[in-house]
Every structure is written in structure tokens, then in C-alpha cells.
Ligand binder design. Structure first.
Ligand code: GTB
Length: 214
């Protein structure tokens, strides 16, 4: 059955891999599943056809037969449950991998996204500098904790899993900010994840789409 995902027709990051369809592409590449991409233009986000796929007018979405999903975490979890390779067989290890997915999305991601909101949406506001210092402090706290737990391990919990896709992708947003670079083991973790052939294929596909669509 054909898998179809949605992505920006023209992402603002110019194909740098930041938009969240990257997580879905990466997971599909890891499990070796081909997929089609429906490119959505900005003006189409709030049209009925796209709202039927995602009521919050966002990408990515995932369609497979009668099933339509939104939320990158739920989509990556579905792919990991549907196809082998991204979740351990052992029940306890599987539960821990899913725990790490939730940790990435609900504990580590919020201050990182908030930083972008402050940087771009609050540009020019008198409080911007103060807010940026606050978000950076919150991010530093999370990175310190994550760095301590990861230590010298290759991946979050044993073998590479769906959780590493989510965590490494969201940390990649901090590349070049100085914050990630302060934690050498986290910077190496992201570099290791991005060196995976599946990531490279997903990245190349997203970049090629940006080049073709703009
Ligand atoms: N929680 C949702 C998920 O994980 O799927 C969040 C999805 C989300 O924020 N999607 C963004 C979106 O659709 C794209 S990824 N935004 C449109 C809207 O909210 O109206 C965030 C993003 C946006 C733009 C770039 N870029 O071009 O650089 C990178 C990342």
C-alpha cells in the first residue's frame, strides 16, 4: 500500500532538514519503505483538504490506505510499530524507547522551539534579549541532563531506535547556536545520527524537493 506524506512545498530553511517531515522521511528510509510526498503550499495549509489531514494546519502527515495520521512523533511511532527495525522486540526495552520518544517531544523539544519563536516571531520586541537568555538557560539545563545520561553511549538506550530519530532531529535545530557545541557528547551524537545512510537519503530527498519546488 502506498505511503504518502506531506511536506512544505517551499520550506523556509531552504532544505536544511529542519522541517519535521524529515523525521518521517528518515524513519521510512531506516525501515526501507518507499513513500510518495504531497507538497503543500503555504496557502493550502488552511484549506479543507489539508485540514482533513491535520486539523492544526501543519505538516507532516501520513496516509496509508484508510489511515491518516498527523504529529511527527505519532507517525514515527506508527512506522516503528508497523515495520521492523526501529523498536526493540524486548517489552521493557521497547517501553524505554517509547519513553525516550515522549521525553524528546514533551521535555526536551519545548524550550528549543520556544527559542525559535523568540528569535524570529519576537524579533524587535523590547523583551527579546531577556527572553532569549531565559530560553537558552532552560535549554542548557536540559542539555546538561541529557548529556549526563547519554555519557559515552552511542544511542539513547541500547540499539538505535525511533527515539534517536526524534531526539537527534530536534537537537539538530541547535547546530551552530553554540548550545549544542557546549556538550561534546551531544554534538557527537547528532553527528553520528546524521551520518547514517538513511538520514543522508532523507536529507537529500528533502533538499532536492526544495530545489525543484523553488
Ligand atoms: N507537533 C507537530 C509535529 O511534531 O508534527 C508540529 C508540526 C509543525 O510544527 N509543523 C510545522 C508547520 O507545519 C513545520 S515543522 N508549520 C506551519 C504552521 O504551524 O502553520 C517546523 C518548521 C517550520 C519551518 C521550518 N523552516 O522552513 O525552516 C522548519 C521547521
Amino acid at each position: 500500500m502506498t505511503i504518502t506524506i506531506t511536506a512544505f512545498e517551499a520550506a523556509l530553511d531552504k532544505g536544511r532538514g529542519l522541517a519535521r517531515d524529515m523525521r518521517v522521511r528518515w524513519a521510512l528510509e531506516e525501515v526501507g519503505q518507499p513513500y510518495a510526498v504531497r507538497y503543500v503550499a503555504w496557502e493550502e495549509f488552511k484549506e479543507e483538504a489539508h485540514l482533513a489531514r491535520n486539523p492544526f494546519a501543519q505538516i507532516p502527515t501520513y496516509e496509508e490506505g484508510d489511515l491518516t495520521l498527523f504529529e511527527s512523533g505519532a507517525i514515527v511511532l506508527h512506522i516503528a510499530e508497523r515495520f521492523p527495525g526501529l523498536l526493540p522486540q524486548d517489552a521493557a526495552a521497547r517501553a524505554r524507547a517509547i519513553m525516550w520518544m515522549f521525553a524528546a517531544l514533551s521535555t526536551v523539544e519545548p524550550p528549543i522551539i520556544d527559542r525559535d519563536v523568540v528569535k524570529y516571531a519576537e524579533r524587535g520586541k523590547i523583551w527579546q534579549g531577556e527572553r532569549l537568555a531565559m530560553t537558552d538557560a532552560r535549554i542548557r539545563g536540559r542539555l546538561r541532563q541529557l548529556s549526563a545520561r547519554l555519557g559515552e553511549s552511542e544511542w539513547l538506550d541500547g540499539a538505535f531506535s525511533a527515539a534517536d530519530i526524534i531526539m537527534a532531529h530536534l537537537l539538530s535545530r541547535l547546530e551552530g547556536s553554540g548550545l549544542l557545541e557546549e556538550r561534546a557528547n551531544l554534538a557527537a551524537y547528532v553527528a553520528r545520527a546524521e551520518a547514517r545512510p538513511a538520514y543522508q537519503r532523507a536529507f537529500a530527498a528533502q533538499k532536492a524537493a526544495w530545489e525543484a519546488n523553488t
